[in-house]
Design a protein around this ligand. Structure first.
Ligand code: CP3
Length: 344
């Protein structure tokens, strides 16, 4: 049966008169209602693992703006936690994890079969959302790509250049690849369980793909995305997959063909005109307004939004930002962006 929801139509390759819209980090600190629910939960991880409250913050931007998709509220670092890493968040700084740098560290991780014990509340959030979302709104599940997740597991935190992960990949390739394989297997089971619970699309976030070059990009960004996509398509042939190899640059070209993803999400370091010519020829693209416009607003926001819509209007397109909205964004600018897209 042909899909009726706009996001699913675009993902099936249809060129729509107006692109559907959602926004990375649409549930987040720029919204006062998010900050209130997060305070009620106590902290970020307690919010992720509380199905009622996680569903509530997922729904907040849908109620406020009527986005065409909701993205499950969770985090890419819950999978490492479910695989046995310690995880905590330092306010104002970001995530911290126990590190995986030696065989002994790796041996402390648990088997993939055990992840659901930790992740069951996330699947419950998905089930609540499928019952609560408006009938026209698509529910997107997600996970981190193996390379990006590994960068956090190896360093124990976010790093500007992913130095510790690159060092391990060069100095102990076997251990690095064993870690990547564990994360890949966990990601397949995690995303399949989100789909079983009701996710209609899944997105794989490779936020640090841009630091992999040449052969390393092929081995550690393309191959895992291909493996995950193929395994999911085998279990759930009709569920579209969005890939986001952020800052891939020229390596965006052919990414959909090489991995089998249904849509490539673009960061804002590539122009929409370039993407129309080199990436959209292979199918749906998503993106790619710079998230700073959500802070700065004004005429530039409207002009740039309309320019992206126009440049990508001849093929399947889902409008989004090039990366997550930041906590200092003005919620009114989000409405201005949506109006600019929908006015055409
Ligand atoms: O997009 C959404 O609305 C869905 C929820 C979502 C979150 N994180 C919630 C979150 C999604 C899809 C993510 C993905 C994620 N998490 C990525 C990939 C995308 C990207 O941004 O590149 C990464 C690298 C992470 C890891 C992570 N989580 C970091 C580095 C941080 C700290 C930085 C920050 O923004 O504070 C987080 C925390 C986090 N994840 C927040 C939210 C709403 C902020 C936590 C808070 O409320 O204090």
């Amino acid at each position: 049966m042909a899909p009726t929801k706009t996001i699913l139509r675009a993902l099936a390759g249809e060129t729509l008169p107006t692109p559907p819209i959602w926004m990375m980090r649409q549930a987040g600190r720029y919204l006062p209602e998010y900050r209130a629910t997060r305070a009620e939960a106590g902290d970020f991880l307690s919010l992720c693992y509380n199905p009622e409250l996680a569903a509530e913050v997922t729904l907040q931007p849908i109620r406020r703006y009527g986005f065409d998709a909701a993205i499950l509220f969770a985090d890419i670092l819950l999978l490492p936690q479910a695989l046995g890493a310690d995880l905590w968040f330092v306010t104002g700084e970001g995530p911290r994890l126990s590190t995986v740098q030696t065989q002994a560290d790796f041996d402390k991780l648990g088997p993939v079969e055990d992840i659901h014990e930790t992740l069951n509340p996330i699947y419950e959030t998905v089930r609540i959302l499928r019952g609560a979302l408006p009938s026209e709104t698509t529910l997107i599940g997600f996970a981190g790509a193996p390379w990006t997740v590994a960068t956090y597991m190896i360093a124990g935190r976010g790093t500007p250049d992913q130095g510790p992960a690159h060092a391990l990949r060069q100095e102990n390739t076997a251990l690095f690849e064993a870690l990547l394989a564990r994360i890949t297997a966990g990601t397949i089971d995690y995303l399949a369980a989100q789909i079983d619970a009701g996710a209609e699309v899944v997105k794989i976030f490779d936020s640090w793909a841009g630091s992999l070059k040449g052969e390393a990009f092929e081995k550690y960004a393309v191959a895992p995305a291909q493996e995950i996509t193929a395994a999911l398509k085998e279990r759930h042939p009709h569920i579209p997959v969005i890939g986001f190899p952020r800052e891939a640059g020229d390596a965006y070209i052919g990414f959909a063909r090489a991995t089998g993803v249904d849509c490539v999400a673009l960061d804002n370091s590539v122009s929409a005109e370039w993407a129309a010519q080199h990436v959209q020829v292979d199918g749906c693209v998503q993106g790619n307004l710079a998230s700073r416009h959500m802070v700065t607003g004004g005429a530039a926001l409207v002009e740039e939004t309309k320019a992206i819509v126009a440049a990508l209007s001849k093929g399947p397109h889902i409008f989004n930002l090039g990366h997550g909205i930041t906590p200092d964004a003005d919620p009114d600018n989000v409405q201005r962006m949506i109006d600019a897209v929908r006015e055409g």
